[in-house]
Every structure is written in structure tokens, then in C-alpha cells.
Design a protein around this ligand. Structure first.
Ligand code: SF4
Length: 235
């Protein structure tokens, strides 16, 4: 009989195989470039969720491969993770996992539609159920809205974290805003059987938000939250 670890490894391998051949968005008429991009193994304790891969991510088959990866890993390294070790040990995925193509106005990549997000959501829920991350890092508005309400501005979100107590994780994919508790500081007394969710802004050069001095203060606070969670929970 398979033990829990072997079951997770098998379930993740099956999921990755399904993702590699998935053409659901194409079949439904969305102009994605097929070839889902994700990286990571069962046993990861941190999961990063981005918006969708860019063209260089598709070519390299590596999440956050180019410019956005450089900035993201500057932030993660400031929180205490080394890039290569993080990529080897942790899990990286996206709200939608295939390249959505360029936006019509030519400025950056197209934001996946709600319909595409719905089509891909079961894959993300299965990743969450298998990995059961202790820390979930949501990168960019689309990923942040997996947990945070759309009405909140980015400057109200970055620098906060949401703690999900163990009881709320009976369904590991349960990420509702109501199930968690939004905090502005790390609370070490919280049960390590829960889950922290920390949002970061989109790190692509197309976004000017992180460059504004008042927003850099918020990002520094978010990095500090990540560092404290990493140290306290041994991530
Ligand atoms: S974005 Fe997700 S649902 Fe759509 S084709 Fe790619 S893997 Fe399938």
C-alpha cells in the first residue's frame, strides 16, 4: 500500500501529466499558447502563485523566468531564500498555466479572462490539495484575488498577510477571505498547522507600482512578513 508521501508524489505526477496535455482553453476558443508552465515537487512547503506565464516562461518551461523572476527573487532573497534552492525545493505555479498571448493594446500580456480562470481553477485546487503549502505567496492582482476581495486597493493589501487556522484547511483548497484572518504583523503564537498567505505586487517591469517610494515601504513590510514566517516555521 502507498504511504502518504508516495500518494502525493503519484497524485502530483498524474496532475502534471494532465496539465502538459491540457488544451481546454483552446477548445473553448481562447487564444492561449498551450503548454502549461509550473515547477515543483510534492513535499514543497511554500507555493508561489502568479498570474500566468509569459512567453519566456513558456520557452524555458520555468515560472518567473526572466525580468519578473529577477525582481521576484530579489524580494524572496531579501526574505532569506536563495533562488536556486527555492526553485529546487518549493512549488511555483499560476492562476492560469498557459501563455495568454499579448494584450490587444500591445502593452504587456493579455490578462486571462474570468472564463479561463474558471477553466484552470480545478488544477490549482488540486495543486493546493496535494502540496498543502504552509505559506502561499500570491504574486500580482489576479493571484491576490484568489483570497483578497477585489474591492481592496493594492496599497491596502501589500504589507498584510492572511492567516488560515488549521480548522479552515479541512478542505486544503479553501482560500476564502472569510475563512482567514487578515493581519498586518506576523503572530508567532499562531498554530504551525495553519497556513499563511502573503501577497506581493506583480514583479514585471510593465508594472510601475513597485517603483513608487510609498509602495516600496509596503513591499519592504511584506518581505519582512515573509522573513519572519520563514524563520519561525523553518521554511
Ligand atoms: S490555461 Fe489551464 S485550463 Fe487552460 S489550457 Fe492551459 S492548463 Fe488547460
Amino acid at each position: 500500500m502507498l504511504d502518504c508521501v508516495a500518494m502525493d508524489v503519484k497524485a502530483l505526477a498524474d496532475l502534471h501529466e494532465e496539465l502538459r496535455v491540457c488544451r481546454l482553453c483552446l477548445v473553448k476558443g481562447f487564444a492561449i499558447v498551450p503548454g502549461a508552465v509550473f515547477r515543483g515537487k510534492a513535499g514543497a512547503r511554500v507555493m508561489v502563485v502568479g498570474q500566468a506565464p509569459g512567453v519566456t516562461e513558456v520557452e524555458a518551461k520555468r515560472p518567473f523566468n526572466a525580468g519578473s523572476g529577477r525582481r521576484l527573487f530579489q524580494w524572496l532573497e531579501a526574505a532569506g531564500w536563495q533562488e536556486e534552492q527555492f526553485r529546487a525545493e518549493q512549488y511555483m505555479t499560476a492562476v492560469t498555466k498557459c501563455y495568454p498571448g499579448r494584450s490587444k493594446n500591445g502593452k504587456g500580456d493579455r490578462v486571462p479572462s474570468r472564463a479561463e480562470q474558471r477553466l484552470c481553477r480545478p488544477f490549482l485546487d488540486r495543486e493546493l490539495a496535494i502540496i498543502r503549502p504552509k505559506l502561499l505567496i500570491l504574486v500580482g492582482r489576479l493571484a491576490i484575488q484568489l483570497v483578497y476581495p477585489a474591492r481592496l486597493r493594492l496599497d491596502e493589501i501589500i504589507g498584510t498577510a492572511v492567516y488560515f487556522p488549521p480548522a479552515s484547511l479541512a478542505n486544503p483548497a479553501n482560500l476564502t477571505w472569510e475563512a482567514g484572518e487578515c493581519l498586518t504583523r506576523f503572530e508567532p503564537e499562531r498554530s504551525p498547522n495553519g497556513r499563511w498567505v502573503v501577497p506581493l505586487p506583480h514583479p514585471s517591469g510593465a508594472s510601475l507600482w513597485p517603483n513608487k517610494p510609498q509602495n516600496q515601504v509596503l513591499i519592504t513590510h511584506a518581505i519582512d512578513l515573509l522573513r519572519q514566517i520563514r524563520e519561525a516555521w523553518g521554511l
